[in-house]
Design a binder for this molecule. Structure first.
Ligand code: GLU
Length: 428
């Protein structure tokens, strides 16, 4: 009998782990709570499929540039792969693997019928002209066209990608196929089968879980001081909704700088300012503070809504907030998570807090299949209901096992994924 190889593939080995290593630690933490299903846990520690593609394009100056592209399908036991595509100069395979795995957990946590996937291109889109951006997007889509599709894997927007990028992706896929295929991506413009409410969905979900947590912990949203990192699609909407609820957004940080205004920042005006000036810096009435001072800001609610690994062992001890709501994916390192937990800071983890985006992506996908479109009221009402129900289950499991909300979300999600895994069985 031959030796059965069961060690980790080389690209999953410890010296190369990065963000994927964080995901593995999270799985390790949850395994004792999975009972009989824990025998399937290795399914989660290896992505189902990883595709690395070369993305060559003609630059405007006549030269040819090559970019690195990825699409990772972490798990498809509960449905087709689902998750965004990010364009960022620091994208790595480890990061995309971790993000794809967090999509599996997130989709299972809110119980939408998707597995988890993620994609990315290692490129700084700010350095590209519009034409170059379109060519990068189309070539990447054509390359990953082998494995995406409305019933296979459905991309969506993520960091630095938007409705226009989704329109190009959908068009490229449909042109290659020779047929209409709106359901291949979500987060599209309304004119091309996008969904009402999708643009605001992630921020609205962040706000909804914030309301739920505030109600359970006796935190009054009216007058609460909020600090937001990131003024993109997630941070801007969350900031606006908290401000509308009477909270004071006292600090905002983006890639250009950090501003503070104790009386509360006028969020719609700030969004306008950032749109024109490329950053929050120079916003009238607010003072600019040092980047690192953001973590010392006196606030009740902190919303990291930018990139991964922002709250670390170096700043977790300084955070004044009672509530941290993870709008971004993976903003808190495991060490920081423990420090916050010990200090009694309640963390609403990414895998539930920012699930509003993919929830409305699910609605978009359903609407595209039936070519029957819902009203924005209907969409928002369904979104809020799903977020509240998912949050209530997470809260209950956290109390039952006396674990963090992150571990509780992982318990619920891993049970759902592994139960599906078990029912499907192995093939052949
Ligand atoms: N990129 C978003 C996320 O991280 C949305 C993914 C989607 O809608 O598929 O959840």
């Amino acid at each position: 009998m031959s030796q059965i190889p069961n060690s980790l593939p080389s690209y999953l080995q410890a010296d190369q782990l990065g963000p994927w290593g964080i995901f593995l630690q999270q799985v390790e933490r949850v395994t004792p709570y999975l009972g009989e299903l824990s025998r399937w846990v290795d399914t989660l520690t290896r992505p189902k499929r990883i595709l690395i593609v070369d993305v060559p394009i003609h630059m405007d100056d006549g030269s040819v540039a090559h970019f690195e592209g990825y699409r990772v399908q972490h798990n498809t036991s509960r449905g087709p792969g689902k998750g965004g595509v990010r364009f960022h100069q620091d994208v790595t395979l480890s990061e995309v693997m971790a993000l794809s795995a967090w999509m599996s957990i997130k989709n299972a946590a809110v119980n939408v019928p998707f597995g988890g996937a993620k994609g990315g291109i290692r490129v700084d889109p700010r350095q590209l002209s519009r034409g170059e951006l379109e060519r990068v997007t189309r070539r990447y889509t054509s390359e990953i066209g082998l494995i995406i599709g409305p019933t296979k894997d459905i991309p969506a927007p993520d960091v630095n990608t938007n409705e226009q990028v989704m329109a190009w992706m959908m068009d490229t896929y449909a042109m290659n196929l020779g047929e209409n295929s709106t359901g291949v991506v979500t987060g599209k413009p309304i004119e091309l089968g996008g969904s009402l409410g999708r643009r605001d969905a992630t921020g609205r979900g962040v706000f909804t879980v914030g309301q739920e947590a505030a109600a359970r912990t006796g935190l009054e949203l009216k007058g609460a001081r909020v600090a937001v990192q990131g003024l993109g699609n997630v941070g801007s909407v969350a900031a606006r909704l908290f401000a509308e609820a009477g909270s004071r957004v006292v600090a905002v940080q983006d890639h250009g700088g950090t501003i503070y205004q104790g009386a509360g920042i006028d969020i719609p005006a700030l969004i306008e300012h950032a749109r024109h000036n490329g950053s929050v810096l120079g916003f009238p009435g607010a003072e600019a503070i040092a980047k690192d001072s953001f973590w010392d800001v006196d606030c009740d609610i902190l919303i990291p809504a930018a990139l991964e690994q922002q709250i670390t062992a170096a700043n977790a001890g300084r955070i004044k907030a009672r509530l941290v709501i993870e709008g971004a994916n993976g903003p808190t390192t495991p060490e920081a998570d423990d420090i916050l937990h010990q200090r009694g800071v309640l963390v609403l983890p990414d895998v539930i807090a920012n699930a509003g985006g993919v929830t409305v992506s699910y609605f978009e996908w359903v609407q595209d299949f039936s070519s029957f479109f819902w009203t924005e009221e209907e969409i928002n009402a369904r979104l809020v209901r799903i977020m509240r129900e998912a949050f209530a289950s997470v809260w209950q499991v956290a109390e039952q096992h006396q674990v963090s909300l992150r571990t509780a979300t992982f318990i619920i999600a891993c049970q759902r994924i592994l139960r599906a895994r078990e029912l499907r069985g192995l093939y052949p």
